[in-house]
Write a protein that binds this ligand. Structure first.
Ligand SMILES: Cc1cc2nc3c(=O)[nH]c(=O)nc-3n(C[C@H](O)[C@H](O)[C@H](O)COP(=O)(O)OP(=O)(O)OC[C@H]3O[C@@H](n4cnc5c(N)ncnc54)[C@H](O)[C@@H]3O)c2cc1C
Length: 459
């Protein structure tokens, strides 16, 4: 049973629609009524995917988006000095297992390019090229057998994993401290925080069910945001209102929902899909207030601190198009952000997580660049002469998500997520934080489509 089946099972077990006083009403009563109009809060991939699905069912959709752009945490950017090259300040990789993203790219004629890397390593000031460093044979053996081990575990055994963290689980398998350090450096780039805090269930499930390169496989040519653009065209741009921050959501029973934005505009619809991160959700004035159970779950869920600190260099001194490098410095991880893109200039993306991201985001601009250049020295010597521009986007301080994506700590996968997935009277919820492919664009799309299906009664 994969994570999706697990969640479907646990959600169905408690199948209900939350009401303000926490009394559950019959879900069939609400799901049977196909609405004529739906308002979607948020034009990220989950909101856009929900809108596409509802529109195809003949339902009138309106998306209200707080930012002045669509795409949310998919945020492609052209640095001023990089000669029209495109980098990703948010989501980077499309995984080989991410069926819906791949299908949508095919549908819209968007090209997916190989975005796999071969990892170098700098540890304790010593630089090793890809292929010249490795985990211990014991760790390698465990890793090579992980799918078999996962598949041999019972449902109960897997569920029990959620009670512990990934670091502790690996230690219990006899993993050496050096291997643990390497795994922490590597896996923290996936979860955005140290594996000492990551649910062992969330981690093991992801690694056992992912592609060989752990879904770091592809990227959309021209930038991942081109998919958001195509989805918006499909929905009809006139149905997407940017710069509309939802402030009040008022439930009106059989009369639907009334929404007020911070610019004073109000909108009414039969149903609402709220496709925003939990920090934003808690800022809305819900009338009546959200059920206590949901409020507690919303306050419990943390988001991963990830910072992207791209540096534009006048030449690609790293030579290999598929260059990436893990380090034990505060700069944490580097990858070639302009792979497959022509031009003399190139961008190395410095990608830091957890406390390291906090540090890089809070020091001065020149201190930050010094840290980045120092981290590259063992591999390339002093490359400061090639720097033409350095940028930063720190998701830990993003006004709408306060983090890159949801971070499920121990004991939360089966406790918190099912509660957050429950509809609340006329409002349904979507977003990467509610998906099997949590933390991915695929998850956002799956969850938006699932919420739309729930509304029209297709599920
Ligand atoms: C640094 C980083 C790296 C990542 N790497 C990858 C990767 O390599 N591969 C991958 O697949 N995924 C990756 N992701 C995750 C991916 O970006 C997300 O899973 C996905 O984009 C989330 O989509 P969403 O629709 O759930 O949320 P969002 O994209 O956050 O969309 C929600 C929208 O709601 C809007 N909003 C918030 N509050 C309100 C309000 N009150 N009123 C109106 N609108 C509101 C927000 O502005 C936002 O546009 C990464 C994310 C980050 C940040």
């Amino acid at each position: 049973m994969n994570r999706r089946d697990f969640l479907v099972k646990s959600t169905l077990a408690s199948s209900a629609i939350l009401t303000s006083d926490n009394i559950t009403s019959n879900p069939i009563f609400i799901r049977n009524e196909k609405p004529k109009s739906v308002i979607i809060i948020g034009a990220g991939f989950s909101g856009l995917a929900a809108a596409m699905k509802l529109k195809s069912e003949g339902i009138k959709v309106t998306i209200l988006e707080a930012r002045k752009r669509i795409g949310g945490r998919v945020f492609s950017n052209q640095p001023a000095k990089s000669n029209s090259q495109v980098i990703e300040l948010g989501a980077e990789w499309v995984g080989n297992s991410h069926e819906r993203v791949i299908e949508l790219c095919n549908e819209f004629g968007l090209k997916l390019e190989n975005n796999q890397f071969e990892s170098d390593l700098t540890l304790g000031g010593k630089y090793s090229q890809a292929g010249k460093w490795s985990f211990s044979p014991d760790m390698q053996k465990f890793w090579d057998n992980k799918v078999t081990i996962w598949e041999s575990m019972s449902e109960e055994q897997r569920k029990k994993l959620d009670k512990t963290d990934w670091w502790r689980f690996l230690s219990q398998q006899g993993v050496s401290s050096n291997d643990l350090l390497l795994r922490d450096l590597m896996d923290a780039t996936d979860f955005g925080e140290s594996i000492r805090h990551t649910s062992a269930y969330a981690a093991f499930a992801e690694y056992a069910e992912s592609s060989e390169k752990n879904e770091m496989d592809l990227k959309i040519k021209g930038g991942n945001a081109t998919l958001a653009e195509k989805m918006a065209e499909n929905i009809g741009k006139e149905n997407i209102l940017i710069d509309h921050t939802v402030q009040i959501v008022k439930q009106m029973g059989s009369n639907g929902v009334s929404i007020t934005c911070s610019n004073g505009k109000t909108f009414n619809a039969d149903k609402v899909i709220c496709a925003i991160p939990t920090f934003s959700l808690l800022k809305i004035d819900w009338q009546p207030g959200l059920p206590n159970l949901m409020k507690d779950a919303l306050h419990e869920l943390q988001y991963a601190r990830i910072g992207k600190f791209p540096v534009v260099f006048s030449e690609k001194f790293w030579k290999r198009d598929d260059f990436d490098m893990l380090t034990d410095t505060p700069a944490h991880y580097f990858y070639h952000g302009t792979k497959n893109q022509s031009g003399k200039t190139g961008v190395l993306m410095c990608y830091a997580t957890g406390d390291k991201a906090d540090v890089l985001a809070s020091v001065s601009k020149s201190q930050r660049l010094d840290i980045i250049i120092d981290a590259l020295k063992p591999a390339f010597g002093n490359v400061s002469k090639y720097v033409t521009e350095d940028l930063m986007y720190y998701w830990g301080q993003d006004a709408y998500s306060s983090g890159a994506y949801a971070f499920y700590g121990k004991g939360q996968w089966f406790e918190v997520m099912p509660i957050l997935k429950e509809p609340y009277e006329n409002v349904y919820f979507a977003g990467e934080h509610l998906a099997d492919w949590q933390g991915f664009m695929e998850g956002a799309i799956n969850s938006g489509e699932e919420a739309a299906d729930n509304i029209v009664g297709n599920q």
